[in-house]
Structure formats: C-alpha cells, structure tokens
Write a protein that binds this ligand. Structure first.
Ligand code: ATP
Ligand code: FE2
Length: 328
C-alpha cells in the first residue's frame, strides 16, 4: 500500500506517490512561473487548479498504481499562500471522498525536514531548512520540532528572488544567482546580519541594490551575496550544533539545492567530526513526495482529518505541529 501526497503551498503544484521506507514511486510537478515580478497568489492558485488533476493521473500512472492501492491521501495544510493551499486541499478532499480513503493534513516545513531525515539515514540530526518563505535551524526535542534560530524578516529564497528581480531577472532567483556567482571574483562589502541565533535579509537586499545602482557588476554582487548570506546560515547552524551537542546536519528546502551552501555547511560540519546530508534537488524543492512520506508517518501514528476539520492554515508554524511518529 502507498500514500499519495499533494503539494501546493506556493509556486509549485506537485503530486507524489511514496511506498515503504520513503521509496518515491512517482513525482509529477509543475511550477508556476510569473511572466514578470513575484508570485501573485491567485494566479498561482489558478495554475494549480488547472494542472493538479492531470498531475494526479501522471503520478498514479508512472507509479503503476490504481486508486484502490492508495492507503491515504495527504496534503500540505500550511504554511503557505491561502489560495494556493486551498487549491491542493480541495483536490485532496475530493480524492479522499471519491476513493474512500483517509485524509491526512501535513505541515509543509515538517515535510521538508522528514524527507531529508529519512533519506539521510541519520536518526536525530540538526536541520537547516532554507527555502523561499522559511529559513530555520531546527532540532527535535520534547515532542516537537523546535526552531532554534530563524529569519527575522523574509526567507532566504524570497530574498534571492527579490534581489534577482531587482537586478533585472525573473523568478526564481536562487538558481540564476548561483550561476552568476560562479563568474564573480570580488567580495563586495555587505551587511552581515546575524542576531544571536537569528538572521535577517532585508537590509542586505537594500545594500546590494544600492551597490548595483552605483555600478557594481552582477557576477560580483551574486558572488558576494552568496558568500555573505550562506556564511550567516553556516554560523547559526554551527552555534546550534554546539549548543545541542549534535554532530550531524541535514539540509532541506529549495535553497538547499545550492552547491555553495552545501559546500560551506559540509566543511563546517566535517571540521567538527560530523556528517552533512542534502537530499537530491528534486526533493529539496517543493514536492508531493515529501508530503506523501510525512503523510504516511502521520497516518501510521493515527493522525487523520475529517473533511470538515481540514481547513488550510496559511500561518501554521513548525513548532506547533504534533509529531507523534517521533516517540524519542
Ligand atoms: P517554503 O514554503 O518551504 O518556504 P517555497 O514554497 O518557497 O518554500 P521551495 O521549493 O522549498 O519553495 O524553495 C524555493 C526557493 O528555492 C526559491 O526561492 C528559489 O529561488 C530557491 N532555490 C532553488 N534552487 C536554488 C539554488 N540552486 N540556489 C539558491 N536558491 C535556490
Ligand atoms: Fe517549501
């Protein structure tokens, strides 16, 4: 028996089918790319409504399963953009009713964490979750995923996206800045914004755009932005490791696709005698497989929802979600 998961929190509509031991049987995704500027929630939601039915069909077909093989239908309940969340939740409720299978709500952030954790094979690692809307250093403790440090303003991915659009590019900014940064040579002075265990990015955004207005070139700006912000993330991750007495780190979220971030965290962790793991990129970005896997964990622990109680929660926080499958 397998679990089907639906992701639709922001720009990506995705359906995944997952079996035992987080075996990803299929993953069908379609990302909304605005022609210019940032994401408009309602336009992204319209995109998701259009593509989700055929993504469900594709996911079932390439997994080689029929609706009768599906054990439960999981969906991302939050956090995310309200209209986008509602698109995925509506499809999940409909499938749950049509197939007569339990409906399992999943927290999107916990899903990024759980897919990275199971693939790492590490029992209790520290987690650096770096994505569009979120930037958190997370450790499990006393029945919850605890946020030890996080962004005080925007997520690092949103920072990279806004910056790239400000430099004349289009969404998504992270991969484009990574490519541009490879041609950069000069480290330009930018604010280094670490506040205890937390970080902030909006001042760096303003400072980078100001340097650009004064004539700094894009490769050097990209190179400097990556060096500065990924150092900040590496620093708070190292401090959390020291405080928690852990030695291993797992990366998750779309920005964890970045080779430079992976390299910096790996160097830091290995210098402390630990190991660093990052999932394949298709499972770092938003994807239905992580929702299916976490849905499977939740379902096996007895967490299901009636349709009536399955309202989306756009501001649901990582540290407020019950995780009864972790009984350590
Ligand atoms: P969340 O809801 O978890 O905050 P999200 O919905 O924004 O996340 P993700 O797919 O987890 O979505 O992350 C998308 C972000 O990842 C975008 O901001 C994108 O620019 C960034 N990103 C993707 N690839 C890279 C890369 N190679 N380097 C840096 N950033 C990247
Ligand atoms: Fe995400």
């Amino acid at each position: 028996m397998v679990v089907l998961g639906i992701e639709s929190t922001a720009h990506t509509a995705s359906v995944g089918v997952v079996g035992e031991d987080a075996e990803v049987l299929s993953l069908a995704s379609d990302m909304y790319r605005p022609p210019s500027g940032g994401i408009h929630p309602r336009e992204a939601a319209n995109h998701h409504v259009e593509v989700l039915p055929s993504l469900v069909g594709q996911a079932l077909e390439s997994a080689g399963v029929k609706p009768k093989d599906i054990e439960a239908v999981a969906f991302a309940q939050g956090p995310g953009l309200g209209p986008c969340l509602r698109a995925g939740a509506t499809v999940a409720r409909m499938l749950s009713l049509a197939w007569d299978r339990p409906l399992v709500p999943v927290n999107h952030c916990v899903a990024h964490v759980e897919i990275a954790r199971v693939l790492s094979g590490l029992e209790d690692p520290l987690l650096l979750y770096a994505s569009g809307g979120n930037t958190q250093v997370i450790a499990y403790g006393r029945g919850r995923y605890r946020v030890l440090g996080e962004t005080l303003d925007i997520g690092i991915g949103n920072f990279l996206d806004k910056l790239w659009i400000g430099l004349g590019g289009t969404f998504p900014g992270g991969p484009a800045i990574e490519a541009e940064a490879r041609r950069g040579t000069e480290l330009l002075p930018l604010p280094y914004s670490v506040h205890g265990m937390d970080v902030a990015f909006s001042g760096i955004l303003t400072a980078t755009l100001a340097l650009h207005a004064k004539g700094a070139n894009r490769p050097d700006l990209a190179y400097s932005v990556e060096a500065t912000t990924y150092s900040m993330l590496t620093e708070i991750t190292e401090r959390a490791l020291a405080h928690r007495g852990r030695d291993s780190v797992v990366l998750g979220g779309g920005v964890a696709c970045n080779e430079r971030l992976r390299g910096m965290v790996k160097t830091m962790v290995e210098s402390r005698g630990g190991t660093m793991f990052a999932p394949p990129k298709s499972l770092c970005v938003d994807n239905g497989a992580m929702i299916a896997w976490t849905g499977r964990l939740a379902f096996r622990a007895g967490l299901t929802s009636s349709v009536e109680a399955s309202a989306v929660q756009p501001r649901q926080r990582t540290d407020l979600v019950a995780t009864p499958w972790r009984n350590d």
